[in-house]
Design a protein around this ligand. Structure first.
Ligand SMILES: [Zn+2]
Length: 110
């Protein structure tokens, strides 16, 4: 049985505990299903196109921005995106707003 490396610290000394895997080096615990999900980590835009780090996208609808009185306008170009795992799965910098996170369902690849 070949156990997967720890997804956090890449340790190979992981062991199995019931349905969980445990890393003795950083104490990270995860289960097999989460592991499969994270290896197939895919971010798609509003049209279902797969996005990659470094892509340029445009915003498909006006979006409210937390902590800003301005809204992010539909059609705003966002260069050099970085994909992250989470609810807001795009990390980016936008002129006039600075660093922020977007949801991939509100952008399209251009
Ligand atoms: Zn670890």
């Amino acid at each position: 049985m070949n156990l997967p490396n720890c997804p956090k610290c890449n340790s190979e000394y992981t062991y199995e505990d019931g349905t969980n895997y445990i890393c003795p080096e950083c104490a990270h615990e995860w289960n097999e299903e989460e592991q499969i999900e994270s290896t197939e980590f895919v971010v798609k835009d509003a049209n279902g196109n797969i996005l990659s780090d470094g892509d340029t996208v445009s915003v498909i609808k006006d979006l409210k921005v937390k902590g800003s009185s301005q809204a992010l306008k539909q059609g705003t170009k966002v260069k050099n995106i970085r994909l992250v795992d989470g609810d807001h799965n795009i990390d980016c910098k936008i002129d006039g707003f600075g660093a922020m996170q977007l949801k991939s369902e509100f952008v399209k690849k251009i």
